[in-house]
Design a protein around this ligand. Structure first.
Ligand code: SAM
Length: 274
């Protein structure tokens, strides 16, 4: 029988470290809810980033995960996680390391899914890395700062719509599952959090990932300006916009992911056409 999480944290002296974005979930109802919302875990591999003392990890295993591969940067969590490994023999593998440097798409076996209460300081770069090989995953069920989750789900023309919205919506269906107040965590963060499910969708607007990022970075870099002006750094913005079928007087917040994909294709055509 595993000891309660709070006891584990005390036993191994796992005082939360701010630099590692450590805000632990001890409430079994919440960790259970996240694990259930992550879908069927009985096939393939469930990848968890930042298991910490192992609260969500336990819930994933309790909810039938066939195999969990958990990546944790904080070596102090090793013993706490060893206890979970021993309680679920052969079903948990812990990788000690930085998730930013590990190619999650190659871990374990398909179907792969990622489930994580993410460290907020690296949540967005981790997500962008996973989006690059999104078709390696059947779903991502992730906890972010609420403000970041809102941006991912924001519709075109809304104040929160931006680079991240276009990029995520280009690749995935986005569903906000539920919000959590700061008090749900130990120690409480300054802001509220949200759990989001991202499901990869078929490619309807093919474009090069890096060029899509470049185009959205320029467009939203000056989001109040007309695109013919904000895209100047890409060179001959008016031609690019015409090729993409976008009014040069439009603004970034009015353009959905299909428009940015068309711009990325126009940019690519320019670089590949002699
Ligand atoms: N999963 C635990 C929970 O829900 O209670 C802990 C979540 S806490 C918000 C984030 C965890 O990510 C911490 O355990 C932290 O040490 C870990 N972490 C931070 N940066 C990391 C990185 N670059 N790679 C892997 N783990 C990281």
């Amino acid at each position: 029988m595993l000891a309660p999480l709070k006891e584990i944290v005390t036993r191994y002296g796992l005082l939360a470290q701010k630099s590692l974005g450590q805000h632990f979930l001890f409430d079994l109802n919440l960790t259970g809810k996240i694990a259930r919302l992550a879908g069927d875990l009985t096939q393939g591999t469930t990848i968890e980033v930042g298991p910490g003392p192992g609260g969500l990890t336990r819930a994933l295993l309790e909810n039938g995960a066939a195999q969990v591969i958990a990546i944790e940067k904080d070596r102090r969590c090793r013993e706490a996680l060893s206890e979970v490994e021993a309680a679920y023999p052969g079903r948990l593998q812990v990788i000690e390391g930085d998730a930013l440097k590990i190619e999650a798409a190659h871990l374990g076996v398909a179907p792969r899914r990622i489930v994580a209460n993410l460290p907020y300081n690296v949540g967005t770069p981790l997500l962008i890395g996973w989006l690059k090989s999104i078709r390696s995953f059947e779903s991502l069920t992730l906890m972010f700062q609420k403000e970041v989750a809102d941006r991912m789900a924001a519709p075109v023309r809304s104040p929160a719509y931006g680079r991240l919205s276009a990029l995520v919506q280009w690749q995935c269906e986005v569903k906000k599952l539920f919000d959590l107040p700061p008090a749900a965590f130990t120690p409480p963060p300054k802001v509220s959090s949200s759990v989001v499910r991202l499901t990869p969708k078929p490619v309807t607007e093919p474009a090069d990932f890096a060029l899509f990022e470049r185009v959205t970075a320029s467009a939203f870099g000056q989001r109040r300006k007309m695109l013919r002006s904000s895209l100047k750094s890409l060179g001959d913005a008016e031609t690019l916009l015409t090729q993409a079928g976008i009014e040069p007087t439009a603004r970034a917040e009015e353009i959905g992911y299909a428009g940015f994909a068309a711009l990325a294709r126009a940019l690519q055509e320019r670089t590949t056409t002699p």
